[in-house]
Design a protein around this ligand. Sequence first.
Ligand SMILES: [Mg+2]
Length: 204
Amino acid sequence: MPAIYIDLDDVIADTTCRYVEILEREFGRIVDFEGITTFDLKKSFSLTDHEFDYFFRLVHEPEIILELKPFEGVLDELNKWAGLGYEISVVTGRLTSTYESSLEWLRRNKVPFDSFIMVDKYLRPVVDKNIAISLDRFSEMEFILAVEDSLDMSMFLQHRMNTKVILFDRPWNRDSGNLAGIRRCMTWDEIGMLDQFSGILDSK
Ligand SMILES: [Mg+2]
């Protein structure tokens, strides 16, 4: 059966909302989630290099990863797709150091998945290449549909891999205009409705 690509952070897990709470706890800084208009969190959170290094390390600790919450409706939709026989591929650009805790999170939250793929989506300086595959290698894979929140990754999936994309609406991806082949959805309920009425899983 064809595979469906599902990004992890800010698509399955409500990650950045939690980051806002951690930012306030650690730095006493209050940031409006809706004001996070860039994917660059150092900029969005107005952190110095030193503060950002600390914050970035902290939010990748297993205890922080494990306490993230899945979005409402995501499990229903993924279970539905899995029940229809689609392969669910969870594809993340998270740090490779979170490999075990990410898998543990998926298990604890009963996320149905057939494969868990770490990809060096953001060309990070420290990547365990035994764990994460390059974008080039990743681009050889095939998906019938992808759900992403990163605009750059959505465009890569659409243009380079000819994959139908649902862009999961987040404040940092709103400045996109209309992109051919990329459909914006606000919630997992909306994805479910779209699936039901528009046949998003029909072959390309
Ligand atoms: Mg994401």
